[in-house]
Design a protein around this ligand. Structure first.
Ligand code: NAD
Length: 256
């Protein structure tokens, strides 16, 4: 097959495709040039930068293009219905990055509990604010996971291994997952009891999870992590509320 790779791909994956006899072209196209370019390929592999929308699919429809692959989870950069209505299959790689994103979320939790970013930054300014950025342990704390799918569960397992209790909120409850250190709860309980909240749903229509109303229900000093989609957080509300509540010595459960 002739395969177009628009947003880059790991060298080993490119080599594997070529070894399997495919012709692979690496090239990014601007949106107004992509549709025409796609006509020369059997498949295109994108990540998130390239948008394969109705306009591009219309131009490519009826050509050799049979397959659009999104290297990643969310397919919100592809008009899936329109592509499939035009005989073009759309696939993604839902499991490939689950552990990586879970590790990223965990890194943020550890970094925030030790104020690593701000402490490192102020130290480079010549300050030594040891007292102001006194950290706290995550062991024994509660992690609220909104969206307990592949990434949420991977993070949940790591958090439990580190001695945390996990509260999960999901519209779909997987039977058999609950145990002494993990249970499904309603959103209000998650908001009220969590020291850390991590979001792992797709982009959800309607009110974002992190909004004025929900922030008001959270503990003071809660750490909120979003590695899902930006639309799940009302950033203005977050900024406004954290300015009101934030202090340099924030610790879970402690009122400032
Ligand atoms: N930061 C990154 O690099 C990166 C990489 C991969 C995926 N992601 C994002 O992470 C998110 C989760 O990915 P995943 O692979 O775990 O997906 P998944 O489909 O395995 O899990 C998502 C979970 O969210 C639940 N859910 C959906 N709508 C909900 C709602 N309104 N309320 C509560 N729960 C809801 C689903 O039931 C499901 O269990 C996606 O938004 C994805 O785009 C980010």
């Amino acid at each position: 097959m002739r395969i177009l790779v628009t947003d880059g791909m790991d060298k080993s994956a490119l080599e594997q495709l070529r070894k399997n006899g495919h012709e692979v072209v690496e090239q990014f196209y601007q949106p107004d040039q992509l549709g025409k370019a796609l006509r020369d390929f059997d498949a295109v592999i994108v990540r998130s930068a390239t948008k394969v929308r109705e306009a591009q699919i219309k131009e490519a429809a009826g050509s050799s293009l049979k397959l659009v692959i999104r290297g990643g989870v969310g397919v919100d950069n592809i008009d899936v219905k329109f592509a499939e209505a035009n005989g073009i299959t759309v696939k993604n790689t839902p499991k490939a990055s689950s552990n990586s994103v879970a590790e990223l979320a965990l890194s943020h939790m550890l970094s925030c509990s030790r104020f690593i970013s701000i402490a490192g930054h102020t130290m480079r300014e010549g300050k030594w604010e040891k007292k102001a950025y006194e950290g706290f342990e995550i062991m024994g704390k509660t992690l609220g996971v909104i969206g307990y799918g592949r990434i949420g569960q991977a993070l949940g397992a790591k958090a439990q291994a580190l001695g945390m209790t996990v509260l999960a909120y999901d519209i779909f409850k997987v039977p058999g997952l609950e145990c002494a250190t993990m249970r499904y709860v309603e959103m209000d309980e998650l908001l009220q009891k969590s020291d850390f909240i991590s979001i792992h749903t797709p982009s959800v229509d309607g009110k974002p999870f992190v909004c004025v109303e929900n922030i008001a229900k959270m503990k003071d000093g809660v750490v909120v992590i979003n590695t899902s989609r930006g639309s799940n957080v009302d950033e203005n509300a977050l900024l406004c509320c954290s300015r009101k509540r934030q202090g340099p010595r924030r610790r879970p459960g402690r009122m400032e």
